[in-house]
Design a protein around this ligand. Structure first.
Ligand SMILES: [Zn+2]
Length: 162
């Protein structure tokens, strides 16, 4: 089996993620669903609850990550894969990297999302810009005490490294 082979199980889990997305639309939510799987077992599911929860971070993948980490009682998902009904946005992609999942499967592409006005390509462009030149200016304040926390962290002997 090569790295990119899609198995019947992959299709089954993807179908489920797509079903969740459809059900979420019927329930008044966004058209996105995700499933996190470990060793062929579903650990968590997530749908987009941005408008229901008034939470701009409540994308399907984020909700699935939170739920999986809660269930497994850990902050890494390195033995898990995710099936998302849509290609992850920059926030979810980042979160999936932080979680360290093994693989990301997706259904709709970001071009498909563009077509129904869920565009995230501008964020990728923003990342490449100089911080102060972004649509949301990111301003570095020099001379703060921010470094103290870093010093504390470096010296700490009972920290949980992640
Ligand atoms: Zn997202």
């Amino acid at each position: 089996m090569t790295y990119h082979d899609i198995t019947p199980d992959d299709r089954k889990f993807m179908d489920l993620a797509c079903k969740l997305a459809e059900e979420n639309v019927n329930a008044g939510g966004g058209p996105f669903g995700a499933i996190i799987v470990r060793n062929g077992e579903i650990i968590s599911t997530g749908v987009n609850t941005v408008t229901r929860d008034n939470d701009p971070t409540a994308h399907a993948e984020m909700n699935a990550i939170r739920s999986a980490c809660h269930s497994l009682d850990r902050f890494k998902l390195s033995d898990c894969v995710i099936y998302s009904s849509c290609e992850p946005c920059p926030m979810c992609l980042s979160a999936l990297y932080w979680a360290g999942v093994k693989r990301i499967y997706y259904g709709n592409t970001k071009e498909d999302a563009d077509r129904i006005n869920f565009s995230d390509s501008f964020i990728y462009k923003e990342i490449d810009k100089k911080p102060a030149e972004r649509m949301i200016p990111c301003i570095h304040i020099e001379g703060t005490t921010a470094i103290k926390a870093f010093d504390l962290w470096e010296k700490s002997t009972d920290k949980i490294v992640y």
